[in-house]
Design a protein around this ligand. Structure first.
Ligand code: ZN
Length: 522
């Protein structure tokens, strides 16, 4: 059905889109500065870069809270045609309204204070972590928790909800702590049982081959070959090195991936690259370029229709390529001969099956980012419980290390040796990023549920992967997830695509189905 609006509101809508595009361009300049800072900027540029970023942040905030923007949104909302249920214009307006209302609720002073306190607190955290001394960080973290609570109070939350919801909503729009808990609780129980069964079997795979010494340049060439084969467009993207790997959907036609090479453990960079590539394929698939999709002819760069749905959905894409594709037996049937030829280093003595088993080893470890697929979510659920208690005021910052260590041992079955490998390991809280952690596990859950559906749509998916063919997988993701931008909320997209609300079952089926046979349990 064509979407017809009155001329006056059409003009307002066009003006609104133009403003959003300008705001998007301004944000892309800031992302470029951020990317450069993490890759090539010399240390001497740090002070000037902070000044550049702070200026841009101020300009962006002024634009996001401009009363003219609010007037244009209201003008368009008054037009029934632009707001017809189910239309892309209605979805765009819904999200623009949401962003605007959120932005104007935050006082400029608080936004600036959060930015300043975050960057100071991050410096304190770095030193505290290096020296494994929580006491040094306690004051900064107390300040950040206080600011996060203030921010949540400004943003507000729905009736019957809690303060934490206001923070979670930024990363996972529309989701509440209560809903997260409802999915996490059964998942935690079943995962704990699964991890114990696997590790008590005493029949784990041998992962020695992951420690084969592979020179960084060979790892880089191998990674580039694989991401190109999976469909990452290197004419519209790059792969560079950094200390903390990330992906940046920098601008239309420009998506940057970064990775980190450790010569003594080639699998770190390889799966890191697969992960960031999953984020990158999503960024490249969002309708930011005109003519990218036949049925989405316009460029929606800067508008909600050109943005990702949520961090959870973003993570579902990275986890799919990293784990569901990259750690599957079929994938290694295709890739093992290439690994032998391109990486060498003795890997040629191991066949596809041996490599696949080695990269699926489960172990009780302390560090979240190094955790395997089965224990990873336990690390995330621990953080969710703790940060929720901090925001509720049920846990004081002073008692954080004790609470962390106690819960960690209960969940993972090993005592925490020190705070560096305990509550000081992640950067998030030092920046005041609270409500962020659950999106990692939500991503795994969305991923598993989407993957089951994709397997029904592509019955010979395993054969295709074993031949190194990923075109149909990517097309399915483009059609069902990427091209819609923020048209649907995460839960809505999940139901539309899979016919079911979000559930822990598909992820458990995936983990049990893959890992139990490897541990001689099925
Ligand atoms: Zn990620």
């Amino acid at each position: 059905m064509p979407e017809i609006a009155t001329p006056a509101s059409t003009k307002a809508y066009d003006r609104l889109r133009a403003l959003q595009r300008e705001a998007g361009t301004l944000a892309s300049v800031s992302r470029l500065l951020g990317w450069d800072q993490e890759t090539y900027m010399p240390n001497g540029g740090a002070a000037a870069r902070a000044e550049q970023q702070s200026l841009l942040a101020g300009l962006s905030h002024d634009r996001a809270t401009d009363p003219r923007l609010g007037e244009l949104i209201a003008e368009c909302e008054a037009d029934a045609n632009l707001n017809a249920p189910g239309t892309s214009t209605a979805a765009n307006l819904r999200e623009m309204r949401r962003d605007y209302d959120k932005a104007i609720r935050l006082p400029r002073a608080l936004v600036q204070e959060l930015a300043r306190a975050g960057s100071e607190s991050q410096q304190v955290w770095k030193k505290a972590r290096a020296e494994s001394d929580f006491k040094q960080f306690e004051g900064s973290l107390t300040r950040m928790v206080g600011l996060a609570r203030q921010k949540a109070e400004c943003l507000g939350f729905s009736e019957g909800g809690e303060l934490y919801d206001a923070l979670l909503d930024k990363y996972e729009p529309g989701m509440t702590a209560h809903e997260v808990e409802a999915v996490f609780t059964p998942l935690e129980k079943r995962l704990s049982v699964l991890v114990s069964e696997l590790l008590d079997s005493g029949r784990g795979p041998d992962d020695a081959l992951t420690r084969a010494e592979v020179p960084a340049d060979r790892q880089h060439a191998f990674g580039l070959m694989v991401i190109e084969r999976c469909g990452f467009d290197l004419e519209r993207g790059r792969l560079d090195t950094t200390t903390h790997p990330f992906c940046e959907g920098l601008a239309p036609g420009d998506t940057r991936l970064t990775t980190r090479y450790r010569e003594e453990r080639w699998t770190d960079a390889f799966f890191g690259t697969m992960h960031e590539m999953g984020h990158g394929l999503y960024e490249q698939g969002l309708p930011k370029l005109a003519g990218q999709y036949e049925d989405v002819p316009a460029s929606h760069f800067g508008e909600p229709l050109g943005e990702s749905i949520s961090l959870g959905i973003h993570e579902s894409q990275s986890r799919m390529w990293e784990n569901f594709v990259g750690r599957s037996a079929s994938f290694w049937q295709w890739l093992a001969p290439h690994a032998h030829a391109m990486l060498g280093s003795g890997l040629e003595r191991h066949d596809a099956d041996a490599i696949c088993r080695a990269v699926n080893t489960v172990s009780r470890s302390y560090i979240r980012v190094e955790a395997d697929e089965a224990t990873y979510n336990l690390h995330v659920m621990l953080r969710f419980g703790i940060e929720r208690a901090l925001i509720r005021g049920d846990l004081s910052v002073r008692d954080l290390p004790g609470a962390w260590n106690e819960r960690f041992e209960k969940m993972l079955g090993v005592p925490v040796p020190d705070d560096r490998r305990g509550c000081l390991q992640d950067v998030h809280w030092s920046f005041g990023l609270m409500g962020y952690f659950p999106t990692y596990t939500l991503g795994n859950l969305y991923c598993a549920q989407l993957w089951e559906m994709m397997n029904k749509a592509i019955p010979d998916i395993e054969t295709q992967m074993a031949r190194g063919e990923f075109g149909e997988i990517l097309t399915w993701l483009r059609t069902n997830v990427h091209k819609h931008g923020k048209r649907y909320r995460a839960g809505e997209l999940c139901e539309r695509v899979t016919g079911e609300p979000l559930s822990a079952e598909p992820l458990l089926r995936h983990l049990e189905g893959k890992l139990k046979p490897m541990y001689g349990l099925a």
